[in-house]
Design a protein around this ligand. Structure first.
Ligand code: R1P
Ligand code: URA
Length: 296
């Protein structure tokens, strides 16, 4: 049975556990690597130190949190599922249970709009914009644009740089390309607002990609969560949140190729480990969890 929640504004149970992720103070580290897929997350969890034994929680709302140490440094791995709402719960609820500055690296998959980012390469965007469905277009005024594009939102430049360097060394011996890019876009849907054509619905997106490239010529890739992560990090108050992201190119949206699972199996561990190396080497002040305390 679910615990009783207190405080309708920011629900927590009597132990201090937050409503959707289910974690309480002491169960999440200041350094976080996040992805969508819990299976991907569990592969990264094999890199954690065996001792102290990692803490693990799967919440009823689809979050998997694994907190342990990597090379002696406390970190949390958190799988969030998909979409803006899920990354919003992640950042706000983690912020509510961890004191001090936070550093968050997202490792996701994405689609590519550019030959500079071939399938199987890793895009590392400096900035991300949002793409939102404009409901007013569909339910009132068709002269309004069906999709709304935000200005670019910046990652943390230092964490971005650390991530690029660790990724470069991690894949140095393979054919995988690490591609820092100026601009990525995160859409509120996978289909309509990423310009996928679905004849079952009136999405008004036949010219979506040219319109996007006209509005934002530097955009190279599309997924669903990164821009909101950068947004929340940039509007954080009181303590700093540093965020950066990298995405494995799964779909070539121009040539229509989709990634071979064997390529994912080869690259994912290398990129995952590089994300862990990046998050532990980023300078953070004032961490709430310390390995010498014997528990994480
Ligand atoms: C869609 O297939 C999902 O893949 C991408 C998108 O952002 C969306 O969540 O990210 P993940 O691979 O992290 O889930
Ligand atoms: N994830 C997305 O959101 N879009 C893609 O094209 C591939 C992965």
């Amino acid at each position: 049975m679910k615990a009783t929640m207190h405080d309708a504004n920011f629900p927590k149970d009597s132990s201090g556990a937050v409503y959707h992720i289910g974690v309480k103070p002491g169960e999440v580290a200041n350094r976080i690597v996040t992805c969508g897929d819990p299976i991907r997350l569990r592969r990264f969890a094999t890199f954690l130190d065996p001792s102290p034994k990692p803490f693990e929680l799967v919440s009823s709302r689809g979050y998997t949190t694994i907190t342990g140490c990597y090379k002696g440094v406390p970190i949390s791995l958190i799988a969030i599922g998909m979409g803006v709402a899920m990354v919003d719960f992640l950042v706000r609820e983690v912020r509510a249970v961890v004191s001090g500055d936070l550093a968050i690296v997202r490792f996701g998959s994405c689609g590519s709009l550019s030959p500079e980012l071939p399938v199987g390469s890793i895009g590392v965007p400096r900035n991300a914009m949002t793409i939102s469905t404009n409901y007013a277009h569909f339910h009132g005024d068709e002269s309004l644009p069906p999709y709304v594009f935000s200005p670019p939102i910046s990652s943390d430049p230092k964490l971005h740089q650390v991530l690029v360097s660790t990724l470069d060394s991690a894949v140095a011996s393979s054919t995988c390309k690490i591609c820092p890019t100026e601009l990525h876009a995160s859409a509120d849907c996978f289909y309509s607002s990423q310009g996928r054509i679905d004849p079952q619905f009136k999405d008004d997106n036949a010219d979506f990609v040219p319109q996007l490239l006209d509005a934002a010529p530097e955009v190279k890739s599309l997924e669903m969560e990164t821009a909101h992560l950068f947004h929340l990090a940039s509007v954080a108050r009181h303590a700093k949140i540093s965020a950066a992201a990298c995405h494995m190119i799964f779909a070539d949206r121009v040539g229509q190729e989709f990634i071979d699972p064997l390529v994912v199996a080869e690259l994912e561990p290398k990129v995952g480990r590089a994300c862990l190396d990046a998050i532990i080497s980023f300078p953070l002040s004032d961490e709430a969890l310390h390995p010498e305390e014997g528990s994480v």
